[in-house]
Every structure is written in structure tokens, then in C-alpha cells.
Ligand binder design. Structure first.
Ligand code: FE2
Length: 291
């Protein structure tokens, strides 16, 4: 027998509801579930990046770039293992991890102690995001050690130079712009011996700082994350932006001051497990030398 409360509510239903209202009432609540479903998906974005500045030895070089995993309550270990499997199947020349591995420094250490096992032909590089720098300063060295034990080279105001067929390409990464101690001069100096430099920064907000650096820009391409593409965005505008530039550097490819940069929507979510108008992404970028 139904409780009386439900019977009372039934009696309150107006008898002359419009047919459209009755039809909509029968539909599943997709506006609620679709953003949750969207947050559970991951899209591989495959891109050819053409530039005459790419050194000959790196024509066809393949980079996997992903950021903002946010391992924790909103991104399970099972999803992490699935992500790693998908990345490793791509057999990229290099894998770049754009930071925000979890929620704070301690959980980022936990993440790498699970030994995710990202693999690439030459190197797996990782930079620090704002979440990774939430914690005492000594956590940074512990996190870097955990990354190294998993085969990831941490780049915190640091860089590596790869050599291929007589060409040299630098990958340099600075500490997080807001929560770390970024040293752009030191990072820039690491690129001097290279023919081409890829600058890795968790946040795009640091890029305008580099546009006016004495000595000129030290990189040709930058890879950034952090914004989540707004996570919930309408027509390219975030409902709540995590950038001081609002939605200016929200998502996608940009060309400013003679350099190109990509801001990825990232893999995971923060705050709520929802995405709308900002699909989760990881990128496979193939460098093509345009003559
Ligand atoms: Fe971030």
C-alpha cells in the first residue's frame, strides 16, 4: 500500500498540464547525467603540428601530452590504469605529463607510488601543477623521487635536450606559476644549446610573462594545461575560470608573439565530476617539418 504522502502529491497534479510538459516529464533527466557521463570519457586528439622551425631530425617526432589527471575520489586507480594502457599503446617518442596528478603533494606522491608506468621511446617527462605544490616545501623532493622511481623525469626549472639525426630539441619545464617557485631565467638558459625548444608549464598564465623577457622568447612551442577547458563552458567561455585571463587561454591552439602554444582540456576533473562543453582530452602531436 502506498504511503499517504504520495497519494496527496498525486492529487495536487493539475489535470490540464500541456502535452509538451507531460512529454518532457517522461524524459530521463539527461541534463543532470550527461555532464557526469562526459566527465567519465577521454578523447584522444591526434594532431599534425606543421612548422618550418622544427629541426630536420625531429620531422615525424610524436609527443603524447596529457595533464590534470587529478587522481583521487573523482579519478580512480582503475581509470588511471586504463589511461596508462591507452597512452602506452601509442608508442610515442616522448610522453609529457602536464601536472596536477592528484589533489595535493601527498596524494601526488601516492599516485606515483602506485607505479602508473607511462612509457615512451625516449623519455617520460613531468612538470608540477598547482595541486602538486600544495604541501610543505620538502614534499617536492619526495614527489620528484617518487616520479623518478616510476621512470618519470621531473622538470622543475629544469630541462632535457634530445638529440636525433644531428638535431637538438630541448624540453624545459618550470615550477608552477602560482604555487611553486618558477625560475624563468634558469629555465630559459637550459634551451640555449638546442635548435628548438618546447616549454612545459602547467598554467598558461605564465606565458605572457615570457613574451617580454629580456633576450627574447626562449621557446617555439609551449604545452599547458590547468584550465580544464573551463570544465563547464558555454560557447568557449568558462562558467568559472581558473586563469587570471578569464577564458582567453581556455582551450586549444594559440599563436602569439611568434610562438605556438596548446592549452589542453586535461584528463580529469576537480571540484565536481562533471564536464560540459569541455571534453576531456589527451593529445598525440606529430611534429612535421614544413619547408
Ligand atoms: Fe591546475
Amino acid at each position: 500500500m502506498l504511503p499517504k504522502r504520495i497519494d496527496r502529491e498525486k492529487k495536487k497534479q493539475p489535470k490540464d498540464t500541456h502535452w509538451l510538459g507531460r512529454m518532457l516529464a517522461k524524459l530521463p533527466p539527461w541534463p543532470i547525467f550527461f555532464p557526469i557521463y562526459e566527465a567519465s570519457q577521454l578523447n584522444l586528439v591526434e594532431e599534425l603540428y606543421w612548422s618550418p622551425r622544427i629541426p630536420a631530425g625531429f620531422d615525424g617526432f610524436r609527443i603524447v601530452f596529457l595533464s590534470d589527471i587529478h587522481y583521487g575520489p573523482l579519478f580512480s586507480e582503475e581509470r588511471m590504469r586504463d589511461l596508462v594502457q591507452r597512452v602506452n599503446k601509442l608508442h610515442a617518442d616522448i610522453v609529457v605529463l602536464g601536472g596536477d596528478y592528484a589533489l595535493n603533494a601527498d596524494s601526488a606522491i601516492d599516485f606515483f607510488q602506485l607505479k602508473p608506468g607511462f612509457q615512451a621511446k625516449t623519455a617520460v617527462l613531468g612538470i608540477m601543477g598547482n595541486h602538486d605544490r600544495r604541501g610543505p616545501e620538502e614534499s617536492l623532493e619526495k614527489l620528484k623521487a617518487a616520479m623518478r622511481e616510476d621512470g618519470v623525469t621531473p622538470l622543475v626549472n629544469d630541462g632535457v635536450v634530445l638529440e636525433r639525426k644531428g638535431s637538438r630539441m630541448a624540453f624545459v619545464g618550470c615550477d608552477d606559476f602560482y604555487c611553486g617557485n618558477p625560475d624563468l631565467q634558469k629555465t630559459a638558459a637550459l634551451s640555449r644549446s638546442a635548435d628548438y625548444t618546447v616549454f612545459l608549464s602547467h598554467m598558461p598564465d605564465i606565458l605572457p610573462e615570457t613574451f617580454s623577457m629580456p633576450g627574447g622568447l626562449f621557446y617555439q612551442l609551449a604545452l599547458c594545461g590547468h584550465t580544464h577547458g573551463g570544465q563547464v563552458a558555454v560557447l568557449g567561455h568558462a562558467i568559472k575560470s581558473s586563469s587570471i585571463y578569464g577564458s582567453k587561454y581556455l582551450s586549444g591552439w594559440y599563436h602569439e608573439h611568434g610562438v605556438d602554444f596548446l592549452v589542453t582540456n586535461g584528463v580529469g576533473t576537480s571540484g565536481l565530476p562533471v564536464r560540459l562543453g569541455a571534453k576531456a582530452q589527451m593529445h598525440l602531436i606529430t611534429m612535421k617539418r614544413e619547408m
